[in-house]
Design a protein around this ligand. Structure first.
Ligand code: MIG
Length: 751
């Protein structure tokens, strides 16, 4: 039985129902059930309503065909066997065997395996390409050393990209239960995905290439809002800087040693007995003064906030939570108690609106003294001394007035906590961009928080792992991601620290963090050589901030990752498809870190085109493998021909000084084009149009460079006044024109 709806079709057969919704010409939602139930969207899906494009439905004896501009979706009316074809009728993806299999405790969908590579899956250990592997998604506080056999980490992104020579698509399984994916580990004929509960509710996301799939996936799950610029600066953390004098000393040392740093983190010891929203009366006696001092030195402060609320009747947060019934319940309806840092604790049920509102008020009050951002930890949620490392799966949450089990709530708990935190920060500072860092997450987290990859170790293996992990997180819609620089657990060596910081300054989120009881990990803790190199590379980061900020702007518009695998930019080049130990920062910079000890050179693959060594200007022809020298104080970084890179002077912290002048580096090539974005870097005024957008273009022909600098949008008046052009690696320049006029000084003044 076929029924046409406004959004698509509903087919019924043998007590089963399939709903197909056309979201865009390239995104189709499939929901299959054998119960009389409605589709359940998780928090990952940003919008409730879409502008549905025109589509056609054709019916034959056995099949129904849904046609959009770009897709032909064919469904067997009896079996629901589904085939996605492109507009030429070529199969992109089709069911395998029995297709969808529904059970009470498990739902599953089989697909024919025709992909050469799979990417995505968010925060997973191992390498870039996930073909032949299997995983599950269940947010887990994994303290054992992460390696490729570690299948569960803190975050869950039930999303992947499948690619072969002909097609690229993504599938997002919008199901928050523990999900599983077998990407050809079991068979060469098929792959499957599913979940231990919930529904087969997935989105088929087509695209011309990986770029477009990520763009379409983030159309669905949302994109990052512009972060405050300081959050792109260097950040220093430790478990824990205590007492307050120590915090100030670390901050001061950054300034004395002239190493740029914007943020200092306070880990759990700032609290009174690990009670959230309190300060330790002995070690942070004058915390308000400390916060003021830090502010006067130009430091932002981010404090850790755990979800576990200490069970203590004398403690206001616990009392309010109990009195108003804000905590997660056990299966009998009694407030659940689990052990975490403060001992016995209760867990706010962030899925409830009233609980988020309450938490938001706590956050708003707490930050008023001068806290700039919130760091959500232990939000899987982690619970000590339980075999599952979390609360019982039959605990009860309330979502939209309906009781749901922890089984369903677990993976999305952190997103709701981040949402509560974001709303709290916005309540207190209505026109400031909130900054939240989270350990646990579900798909769509980019709308609320940045992420870091949790408890890595001071191992070369983890420096390496950072690359594919962050790249796959980026492909999974979360552009704001980083790993603890130098490694969290374990003692970092001087050489490892150097190699790590050299690479990390080119990643989206830059923070040094280390565990209690480990060797000091401030850049000066390893002696002069490490200190000098850290200074040099941190400054390189700060010079690149306009370029990096432009990438966040792009991410906010298109969902593109800031840090991306080579395949994202060079999909047609097969050599890039599995590269996990090089990455790109935007489309112009290629970074090839040294991630092994005692190495002063490494192999680098450069995709087709001409590349220039970012530091020496040496020219390379792409499409080749090179053995590149990389003594301890350097890292191989390459710029693409025709690149335009906007830079500024390196400040000690982003708000230290106004930027009067920016430098536009133009790298030799026949032509280049770039969009530069600028605003105040901290308020929400940009949403009202208070920003500048410049289109910069150049052409090079016969010794003549023609530069165009176009103000596409100009509403922010405190931006840089002067743009100075620096021509890189051109050997002969006879004439330079800017906006049609021949110039001697390569600069332009913006009015
Ligand atoms: O059980 O707050 O991943 O960054 O320093 C450990 C102490 C709790 C885990 C976080 C880590 C943080 C630590 N936390």
């Amino acid at each position: 039985m076929l029924q046409r709806t406004v959004e698509g079709i509903v087919v019924r057969s043998e007590g089963k129902k399939l709903e197909l919704r056309v979201i865009t010409d390239k995104i189709v939602n499939i929901f299959v059930t054998d119960k009389e139930e409605k589709r359940r969207d998780t928090i990952a899906i940003e919008k409730k309503k879409y502008d549905i494009p025109d589509f056609n439905v054709e019916e034959s004896k056995d099949k129904v065909l849904v046609l959009t501009k770009d897709l032909k979706v064919e469904i067997d009316k009896k079996t629901f066997f589904i085939t996605f074809k492109d507009k030429d009728g070529d199969v992109i993806n089709e069911d395998y065997g029995e297709g969808v299999k529904l059970g009470d405790s498990e739902v599953r969908c089989y697909k024919k395996l025709r992909e050469d590579h799979f990417y995505g899956f968010g925060e997973k250990a191992g390498y870039l390409d996930k073909k032949g592997e299997k995983f599950e998604m269940w947010n887990t506080d994994e303290f054992m050393t992460h390696n490729q056999t570690t299948k569960l980490l803190y975050e869950s992104y039930p999303f992947f990209i499948g690619m072969n020579k002909k097609h690229t698509y993504g599938i997002f399984l919008d199901n928050s239960f523990r999900s599983f994916f077998n990407m050809g580990e079991e068979s060469e004929e098929y792959y499957y995905f599913g979940a231990y509960g919930g529904q087969i509710n997935y989105y088929f996301i087509y695209g011309n290439d990986i770029k477009e799939v990520v763009e379409n996936y983030t159309y669905l799950t949302g994109r990052i809002e512009l972060p405050p610029l300081w959050a792109l600066g260097n950040q220093q953390s430790r478990y824990s800087y205590t007492p307050q004098e120590k915090v100030l000393e670390v901050a001061k040392t950054f300034r004395e040693k002239d190493i740029p740093c914007d943020v200092i983190y306070l880990d759990i010891d700032y609290m009174e007995g690990y009670r959230v929203f309190t300060w330790n009366k002995d070690t942070f006696k004058n915390y308000k003064e400390m916060l003021k001092n830090l502010k006067s030195m130009g430091f932002k402060v981010v404090t850790i906030v755990d979800p576990g609320v200490k069970r203590d009747y004398e403690y206001f947060v616990y009392r309010e939570g109990i009195e108003n019934d804000y905590f997660v319940k056990d299966k009998y309806g009694i407030t659940y108690v689990g052990k975490v840092w403060p001992g016995e604790a209760c867990f706010p049920d962030f899925l409830q609106d009233k609980v988020r509102k309450w938490w938001g008020e706590k956050i708003a009050n707490f930050v008023r003294d001068g806290i700039d951002g919130i760091w959500n930890d232990m939000n899987e949620p982690a619970v000590f001394e339980t075999p599952t490392k979390t609360m019982p799966e039959d605990n009860i949450h309330i979502l939209d007035g309906e009781k749901i089990s922890h089984r369903e709530a677990h993976n999305v708990y952190a997103n709701y906590m981040a949402l509560a935190t974001k709303e709290g920060l916005l309540k207190e500072r209505t026109n400031e961009r909130p900054f939240i860092l989270t350990r646990a997450a579900f798909a769509g987290i980019q709308r609320y928080a940045a992420m870091w990859t949790g408890d890595n170790r001071s191992l070369y293996e983890h420096l390496l792992m950072m690359m594919p992990m962050l790249m796959n997180v980026g492909l999974s819609g979360q552009p704001f991601a980083g790993a603890d620089v130098g490694g969290f657990e374990g003692d970092c060596s001087e050489e490892l620290f150097i190699r790590w910081i050299e690479a990390a300054v080119f990643t989206p989120f830059l923070r040094v963090h280390s565990a209690i009881g480990t060797k000091d990990q401030e850049p000066w803790s390893f002696g002069k050589r490490a200190e000098d190199i850290a200074r040099k590379f941190t400054k390189i980061r700060y010079e690149l901030l306009p370029y990096i900020y432009d990438l966040f702007y792009e991410a906010s518009k298109k969902g593109y990752p800031v840090m991306r695998p080579l395949v994202f930019e060079y999909q047609e080049d097969e050599n890039t498809h599995k590269i996990y130990d090089e990455f790109m920062l935007g489309q112009n910079l290629l970074i090839a870190p040294v991630y092994l000890p005692s190495k002063d050179r490494r192999e680098v693959y450069l995709p087709s085109g001409i590349w220039y060594d970012y530091f020496t200007g040496e020219r390379y022809e792409g499409g080749n493998y090179y053995l590149v020298e990389a003594p301890i104080d350097t890292i191989p970084v390459f710029v693409k021909e025709g690149a335009i890179i906007v830079k500024q002077k390196p400040l000690s912290y982003v708000e230290e000084d106004r930027i009067e002048e920016k430098v536009v580096e133009i790298y030799r090539g026949n032509r280049g084009k770039y969009v530069h974005y600028e605003d105040d870097g901290k308020t929400l005024d940009y949403k009202k149009g208070v920003y500048n957008l410049f289109e910069i273009e150049f052409e090079y022909f016969d010794g003549e460079i023609d530069i165009k600098f176009d103000k596409v949008h100009f509403r922010y008046e405190d931006g840089a006044k002067k743009y100075r052009f620096v021509l890189k690696n051109f050997d002969e320049v006879k004439k330079v024109k800017i906006n049609g006029e021949e110039v001697e000084e390569y600069e332009i003044v913006v009015k």
